[in-house]
Ligand binder design. Sequence first.
Ligand code: G3H
Ligand code: ZN
Length: 283
Amino acid sequence: PLVSMTEMLKKAKAEGYAVGQFNTNNLEFTQAILQAAEETKSPVIIGVSSGAGKYMGGFKTVVAIVKALMEEYKTTVPVAIHLDHGSSFEMCAQAIQAGFTSVMIDASHHPFEENVAITSKVVELAHIHGVSVEAELGTVGGQEDDVSGSIIYADAQECLELVKRTGIDALAPALGSVHGPYKGEPNLGFKEMEEIGNLTGMPLVLHGGTGIPTKDIQKSISLGTAKINVNTENQISSAKVVREVLAAKPNEYDPRKYLGPAREAIKETVIGKMKEFGSVGKA
Ligand code: G3H
Ligand code: ZN
């Protein structure tokens, strides 16, 4: 069923695993993510950035595709459609209106008071519709669509205040993670993660899931991380297969012959992450 993230993440935090957010970019990504979830009996969050939403024909199109595929696949696992890095109240409102079951309001680049004000407004609207809300503090490194920046750690007291004053359902404190591949080993702020997890009691979200070693994934989960976002890794694994197929068969032009294998690669990558995150069999 199509659900918000709220119950999914509460359960994950209580039972010590993380639900994966896998970003979609097109039909094949959406198919692969839903197939991987059903096959492994994992709850799953389909991440949709504003850019990906636009590319796919708008938020309503994304919702229609997800719903139709879930019907076709007879999906039994919990699925959330989540706006990734929503940059404004208006963007979140658009997603909610289109039928998203979850939104992230990323007002972390605004001064703290403004972040609180924008996030509160989003929560107020979202909760009327049974939609869950994730908010961010600090800055994730690297680039993602229109969001870019250098790493700034979230402040623990600000995290507590944001949670108390807004009523969000999940918190993404930036603690050294990066969008896109890491240059060298990631250096995550586990001490801060523990402090923020204990202080707020919130399910924490780890952005920049691509390239984080298993030991760091496990440590993050043990410190209260209940959601891990992955995008780039699926893009890399699918692009690799497309290159291989077209290189091996330079005369191939049927999209099914290269996008089909790309879909399989995404599915395998997602299943690997679900195993790592411990969400297999938890649906
Ligand atoms: O919001 C999406 C994620 O943070 C994706 O990060 O592309 O490094 O896996 P990634
Ligand atoms: Zn992110």
